[in-house]
Design a protein around this ligand. Structure first.
Ligand code: ATP
Ligand code: MG
Length: 411
């Protein structure tokens, strides 16, 4: 009999339910991950007890999803989701069906689950409950729907992208019948909210095998992801960049930027907006895409100019990205990183706020207010980026005189 190490708190919950005559198992992702030797993110519990019965058994519970049969049991200040065996009605948003019916049959509860590898339950008493060949699929590295894939994707189209996401997280192939249904039912994706689509695609990119994003193109899903999404796929370069992005930190902005770099900034930003990414990620990813093809700076003047347009974190991501996508530049990226650390350590000016003169200083020195002031400050910044030795008040005021003089000449 297969034995799985269960988190003690989850074990305690199973035991409490069993003592009162109910069936109870850990189920789904945690069983899958434990069998794979991975550390499960959360321990979900499925039980024959009805929600009211679960609440009677445990003193401290929270009604998180009571209408779907889920009660959160608190143990050692952490919450565990305990859900009554259920049969799902029609899904409305990919996670929560419109109506659910409770059942006393574990089999029916497992039948509603998406993939065989996610449809196993376990308890120490019963061992592994594997009614649909989940363990065999786990060993074969295969994603396969429970039941008829066509029906399962029609019920809930989010499963289409969950298949892609799990194949990327686990490095699994998609079983043939399931894969054919993916292609056939791809148009159903247009019924799924952009936020949910995005969540699955982001998990795909953040996984150890982001190359599986290619499934979206191969199965014809791209036009149903978003209007501009098909433009993301630019052939060999996209494949190369997806492959290379495995070496990047698992950050949203940098992973999306690696994938979308071949598409260019305009389409990249469009896609990220269509998929409702947060503004911060869109801004950073857009900057990365627009700059990753630029040559790395030669010399410290160029470096300080680059630094004046980017915050430190974005510069670091840019260097990581450049090194990953253009490996021939990896050594230069490392040099640039060291040089940037030097610039920071010496406290050299890389922004207007570090300049030894301010707008107020210029006004005090008799320069007229107006847009000309900003142009002068920017000119001074450029001069200081070139040569940090110029960042002294006296020198800069003198230089400012020259700038404003020149401006008058050209007016
Ligand atoms: P993760 O590690 O990402 O949390 P997971 O398998 O736990 O993976 P969840 O989204 O947390 O995935 O869902 C928990 C379980 O609920 C799944 O293992 C699966 O059995 C079932 N499930 C989740 N979403 C669906 C769905 N859309 N259709 C059918 N079953 C689903
Ligand atoms: Mg989970």
């Amino acid at each position: 009999m297969i034995r799985i190490e269960i988190l003690p708190q989850a074990e305690w919950i199973l035991e409490e339910l069993r003592k009162r005559g109910y069936e109870a198992f850990v189920v789904g992702g945690c069983v899958r991950d434990a069998l794979l030797g991975r550390v499960p993110g959360d321990w979900d519990i499925t039980t024959s007890a009805l929600p009211e019965e679960i609440k009677q058994v445990f003193g401290r519970t929270v009604d998180t999803g009571i209408q779907h049969g889920t009660v959160t049991v608190i143990r050692d200040r952490a919450g565990y989701e305990v859900t009554t065996y259920r049969i799902d009605g029609e899904y409305e948003d990919g996670r929560h069906p419109k109506q659910v019916a409770f059942t006393r049959s574990l089999r029916e509860d497992l039948l509603r689950r998406d993939f065989t590898i996610n449809a196993m339950a376990y308890s120490h008493e019963t061992g592994l409950v594997d009614m649909f060949g989940g363990l065999a699929d786990l060993k074969a590295g295969r994603i396969r729907c429970v039941g008829d894939p066509r029906q399962r994707f029609t019920e809930d189209a989010l499963r289409i992208l969950r298949a892609v996401r799990f194949s990327a997280q686990l490095d699994f192939a998609i079983e043939e019948g399931t894969r054919e249904a993916l292609a056939e039912f791809a148009p159903c994706l247009s019924r799924i909210s952009r936020e949910r689509i995005q969540a699955e695609l982001t998990k795909t990119l953040l996984s150890d095998h982001p190359q599986r994003m290619e499934l979206v193109r191969e199965t014809g899903m791209a036009p149903f992801v978003s209007e501009t999404f098909p433009a993301a796929f630019r052939g060999a370069e996209t494949s190369r960049f997806l492959e290379a992005s495995r070496a990047l930190p698992a950050g949203k902005a940098v992973r999306w930027a690696a994938f979308l770099a071949p598409a260019g900034e305009r389409d990249a930003v469009r896609i990220l907006r269509e998929l409702k990414l947060d503004n911060e990620t869109i801004r950073t990813a857009g900057t990365l895409v627009s700059r990753v093809r630029d040559e790395l700076p030669r010399g410290e003047g160029e470096l300080r100019r680059l630094m004046s347009g980017l915050d430190d974190d974005t510069l670091e991501l840019l260097l990581r990205l450049r090194a990953a996508l253009f490996p021939e530049d990896a050594a230069r990226a490392e040099e640039t990183r060291r040089a940037a650390a030097g610039v920071r350590a010496r406290g050299e000016c890389t922004a207007l706020r570090d300049l030894a003169v301010s707008g107020t200083d210029l006004l005090a020195a008799g320069f007229p207010p107006g847009p000309g002031l900003g142009r002068i400050l920017n000119g001074l910044l450029q001069a200081v980026l070139e040569d940090p030795g110029r960042n002294e008040k006296e020198k800069l005021l003198l230089l400012a005189g020259k700038f404003s003089g020149r401006e008058k000449e050209t007016e």
